[in-house]
Write a protein that binds this ligand. Sequence first.
Ligand SMILES: NC(=O)c1ccc[n+]([C@@H]2O[C@H](COP(=O)([O-])OP(=O)(O)OC[C@H]3O[C@@H](n4cnc5c(N)ncnc54)[C@H](OP(=O)(O)O)[C@@H]3O)[C@@H](O)[C@H]2O)c1
Length: 320
Amino acid sequence: MRWGLLSTAMINHDVAGAARESQEAEVVAVASRELARAEAHAGEVGAERAYGSYDELLADPDLDAIYVSLPNSMHVEWATRALEAGKHVLCEKTFTCRAAEAEAAFDAAERNGRVLTEGFMWRHHPQVAKVLELVAGGAIGEVRALGASFSGAVFGPHDIRLRPELDGGALTDVGCYCVHGLRTLAGEPERVFAAQRVGPTGVDLVLSATMTFANGVVATFDCGLELPERARLEVVGDTGAIVLSNPWLAGEPSVELRRDDGAERIEAETANAYRLELEDLARAARGEKEPLIGRADVVAQARAIEALLASAARGEPVEL
Ligand SMILES: NC(=O)c1ccc[n+]([C@@H]2O[C@H](COP(=O)([O-])OP(=O)(O)OC[C@H]3O[C@@H](n4cnc5c(N)ncnc54)[C@H](OP(=O)(O)O)[C@@H]3O)[C@@H](O)[C@H]2O)c1
């Protein structure tokens, strides 16, 4: 796949690095709102072409796929424009906080016969398949409860994460991983109840929530910006628990199986999850498989995020 990067975001460096490791992806072009920035960034990520507008990138007939790494509020618009231009799209998380927008974007993908997927690279790591296999095989008995956390520091006062008009905030930046992780393990939530601490710019700096799933499975998670770095995903059954201490930025696997008689480290392959997400899209684009993160997942994720934000704003539970 010949890729164009839509923006000069920091995260492009990780994705371009992953493309260099892969036989199936090549970063060919970069676009910015300013040509000079695109040119500098193209040099940094090893792309041969730079464009001074996003529209020029989408008009490049030599590109198969677009990586949308814009601020969250701009994802749906530019992912849709890329699909309409005939490109496959990997769009960063949070794809959208509005389920109806996600549905409309996938309608555009289907109309144009192109793949659209959300950049939850953590999900592609082999340790996740291992956890799902353990749970399905009864390693912890019947799943009863789940927990997750993700927090860290933002980089400065102008960071996109602190800007409400760009759909910034802890939930959309890091909490979305917790929500995706809990949904991956427990299915779709039936009820959510969130509480938040809103910072001076108007975004949630801390958000903590419970999510209730079918069969009475209960999950809790918390997320935060301007907090110490923390990451955890835990699934608890009636005979044991599985704990991942590095679930979201997965390079090294971090799975532990805990039972009353002791703890066991579960081996999984070390892998660059960004490379795996690029290769997943390439295989889906060739028609070899469905994308790992497809329409139903992305739309349900948006629905959960929308409900959590509504619950936090209103201070009451929301049924889905
Ligand atoms: N999967 C992951 O591991 C991961 C990690 C970090 C971030 N992300 C996601 O990736 C996306 C980008 O995050 P980031 O921290 O890398 O972003 P960033 O460094 O702040 O870059 C955002 C880019 O968007 C463009 N842009 C267009 N309109 C803008 C506006 N009004 N304000 C600011 N920038 C604007 C800018 O590029 P030009 O001006 O040059 O066009 C800018 O370089 C977000 O959706 C984030 O959630 C994912």
